[in-house]
Every structure is written in C-alpha cells, then in structure tokens.
Design a protein around this ligand. Structure first.
Ligand SMILES: Nc1nc2c(ncn2[C@@H]2O[C@H](COP(=O)(O)OP(=O)(O)OP(=O)(O)O)[C@@H](O)[C@H]2O)c(=O)[nH]1
Length: 446
C-alpha cells in the first residue's frame, strides 16, 4: 500500500524533501531487499527507465522553495519529484492564515485536487494521505487547512495524518499564535491524527545531542525527517508479524487514536547523536528502553535532562486517590503509546515497562493502549534505535502557551483587522479559542 504526501508552504516542502531523502538513503543500506521493496512501494513509484519518483504533491504560493527542493532531490541521483507534481504561484500568503484559507485555498483548490487525485490514482492501494506543514505561516497553515478540508470531503474513507510544525516560542512571525490557533482548531475537526513537532524542542536536540554549533533550519529538518522516517519505514506489527505491515497509517491510527476528542500525537526517539559520537557508542536495549520510558513519564523529548524523580502513581493512587505526591505531580499520563524498535537483536528487547497499566488512563484496556512495531534492519545508521509515538499530556504546556499568547493579543484585537478583511470574523476566532480550550481541558482531565 502507498502513502500520498502533500508538502505545503516553505516548512512543509523543506521537511518533505528531507523526509524522502532519509527514506531513500535508509532503504539503500546493505542487506535490506524486502525492506527496500516495501519502502519503495510505500513512498515512490518507478518510471519506465527505473527512476524512483516520490508520491508527493508540492504546494506553495511562491516558487522559490519548491524549485530548490526539486533541484535538491534530483541532485541526489537516487530519487526525484514528479514532473507535474508541483503547484506554485508568484506571491506567498503573507503569514496570514485567512489569506491562505479564504483566498488562496479556494482559488487554487481544483489545481491542487487534480494533482492529488493523479497521485492517488497511481497507487494500487492507498494507505493514507500524509501532509506536512507549519501552523504559523499563511500558506502551510491556511492553504494546508483548506486543502485538508477538501480532501476530507473527497476521500471520506481515507486516513489523513497531518504532520504539523509548531513555531519557536520567540518566533519571527508576529501573528504566529493566531495562525496556530486557527490551524489547530480547524484541523482537529478534519484530521484523523495530528503529529506535532515543536521547533524549540528539535532545536535543543540539535544543540545538545547533535552538538551542532551553528544550527540551520536544514539541521532541524534532518532531525524531524529522521524521527518521521523511523515511524514510517517498514516494520513488523502485531497484525503483520511475519511480513512488513502494508497499512502503516491505519495501524498507527488504530493504536493511537481511540477517541475523536484526543488526536494530538507527539514523538520521541533514542538514541539521537552526531555521526562522530555514534561511531564510538555502544547501545543495549535495556538501557535504551529504560531511558525512553522515563522520557515518556516525565514528558522529556530528549535523553538529556530527563527528570528521574518522576514516577508513575502506584496502583492504589491510579485507582482514584489524587496523585498529590510531588513524584507524581509531573507525571505524564498516556492514552496510548506505539513503540517502534529497529536494529540488532530487536527480538531480545524487553518492553514490559511500557505495558504498566499505571501509565494509562483507567478507562481504556491497557492491551489496546500499547503496541509495538519492530524491524531487525538498523535504521539510518543507528545499530539500534527506538521511537515512541504517543497520545498523552505532553503537548498541553506548549498548546497552552500558544493559546494564551494568542488570547492576550486578541484581547486588544491586535491585528484582527488583517484577518477580518479576508473573511475571518471575531466570532471565528472565538470559536477557535473555544475549541482549543476544550481540547486542553480534555487532556488535562484525562
Ligand atoms: N522546522 C522548520 N520550520 C520552518 C521551516 N520553514 C519555516 N519554518 C517555520 O514555519 C513558520 C513559518 O511558516 P512557513 O512554512 O515559512 O510559511 P508558509 O506556509 O510558506 O506561508 P507564507 O510564507 O505566508 O506563504 C515559522 O514558525 C518558521 O519557524 C523549515 O524548513 N523547518
């Protein structure tokens, strides 16, 4: 089964190109014939001359970034984008969600839908639609949300997974929190799941774990692409223990999104380090999984600086007594977790720590809340690696920050006229705030 991707706006296009590069490089490693076959079918189609072409549609309102990523892909010599896979215009959306959603989206919907339809028709079987975009600009966020809405109407029975990049807290776009609030509140109604990357977190991974001195956006994108590919590359699953699973997006949704009120997914992985350090490091499954479990319960996105004092409440407290103990106060409660293990001796990894019922809400059966995927193939140069995709409370804090900052600005109606002039009213803003407050409340009171 194949995944059709959509790269929207500057951020979506740049991350998309890094993602296909990682996937292609990883699949071309030694001794991985079946793995490569499965990955190629998932993400590429082959031309009559044997070239691999990404199953991706590129959309932006300015031509520069798309031209750049198309050239970068071709330069790799291993894969490229389709000749007619791009849609671009001459002028961006000016970091204005309303301009993207109310003007550019409707104006260009037919052209974009045709490109997506062509990619979908090229697939023998469609596993789902995967979009990549930032929530803070105007094109990825506004056009991306509009196109997601159209695709939801056109393909009501297909999975839609939206990868979204959240802006730096001290971001460069003054209205980034407005754009984020409008994007997230609308996407929540349309998407099957929203997989979040926060630029601040990934930046910290680049500086503290990868030891990069002058961090570029390309460094940040490489980490995001590595994390995404560690989820999307072929793996054995509970439903498909002896062949690589053919329906990755469906299986991911069925594990992680058990209720339409809860569809925010976060991701962390271990190990993550510079290639120089990697060459001198040895990893063991017990150590990796012990760290990853603590990252989960203490809501840490990277191995460095984990709070080891946080622990899961005991069975007694989890059965109803409030967890007042400070060790439990910062405890990150999960609805569901998907653990993906890749590399040497993967069958020896002991994963019981993730099955502990104390990690999960009591109203779900733990058996349905936790899944493991695995592959014996070493991923992207790491002899062993583990990734955890989670539906839990860890995004509450950054989401609260976005909503609070947007609300503070909205209270004085700052910049609101720039949205009303494109057709987004104050009531639309209020509806979006209400929707996000509801999501925050639902996750807070898990
Ligand atoms: N991680 C990451 N973030 C990016 C990248 N490019 C932009 N961003 C972030 O995305 C936000 C701005 O969105 P863009 O994608 O540049 O904007 P756009 O969707 O092209 O919209 P317009 O510029 O208004 O047409 C800011 O928060 C940036 O920090 C990228 O390549 N990677």
């Amino acid at each position: 089964m194949s995944v059709v991707s959509l790269q929207l706006g500057q951020c979506g296009n740049q991350i998309g190109q890094e993602l296909f590069s990682v996937i292609c490089d990883d699949s071309n490693g030694p001794n991985r014939k079946k793995y490569k076959q499965c990955s190629d079918e998932r993400f590429f189609y082959e031309t009559s001359t044997g070239e691999l072409v990404a199953r991706s549609v590129l959309v932006d309102m300015e031509p520069k970034v798309i031209s750049q990523v198309v050239v970068n892909a071709s330069k790799s010599g291993r894969w490229r984008y389709g000749d007619k896979a791009c849609f671009s215009q001459k002028q961006g959306s000016g970091n204005n969600w309303a301009n993207g959603f109310c003007v550019h989206g409707p104006r260009h919907e037919e052209a974009v839908e045709n490109l997506v339809r062509r990619e979908i028709e090229r697939c023998d079987r469609l596993a789902g639609i995967f979009t990549m975009m930032s929530v803070a600009g105007g094109t990825g966020s506004g056009v991306g949300t509009y196109i997601t809405q159209r695709l939801r109407d056109l393909y009501p029975n297909s999975f839609i997974l939206n990868q979204v990049t959240w802006p730096y807290g001290a971001g460069e776009v003054i209205v980034q929190n407005y754009n984020s609030v409008l994007t997230l509140s609308h996407l929540y109604q349309l998407s099957d799941a929203i997989l979040v990357h926060e630029n601040d977190t990934v930046h910290k991974i680049c500086s503290r774990l990868m030891n990069i001195k002058h961090i570029s956006i390309s460094d940040v994108n490489k980490v995001i692409a590595h994390q995404l590919a560690s989820v999307l590359q072929p793996a054995y699953t509970a439903d498909s223990p002896s062949h690589y699973c053919t329906n990755p997006i469906g299986e991911l949704m069925s594990t992680l999104v058990c209720h339409p009120e809860y569809k925010l997914l976060s991701l962390c992985n271990i190990p993550q380090m510079s290639s120089t350090s990697l060459a001198y490091s040895v990893f063991h499954w017990p150590g990796l999984l012990k760290h990853l479990r603590q990252m989960l319960i203490a809501s840490a996105r990277m191995e460095e600086g984990i709070d080891w004092t946080v622990s899961a409440p005991s069975a007694v407290t989890s059965r109803g007594e409030s967890a007042t103990n400070s060790r439990h106060k910062n405890f990150n409660l999960s609805l569901a977790n998907l653990l993906i293990l890749r590399g040497k001796d993967v069958s020896t990894a002991v994963i019981d720590g993730f099955k502990d019922p104390a990690l999960y809400v009591p109203w779900l059966n733990t058996e349905n809340s936790f899944s493991t995927w695995s592959s014996p193939v070493a991923f992207n140069g790491y002899e062993k690696s583990a990734t955890l995709v989670s539906n839990n409370q860890s995004l509450l804090k950054p989401l609260n920050n976005i909503v609070r900052k947007a609300w503070n600005m909205f209270a004085s109606r700052a910049y609101v006229h720039q949205y009303t002039k494109f057709g987004i009213s104050e009531e639309d803003f209020l509806d979006s705030f209400t929707a996000l407050e509801q999501i925050i409340s639902s996750y807070t009171h898990l």
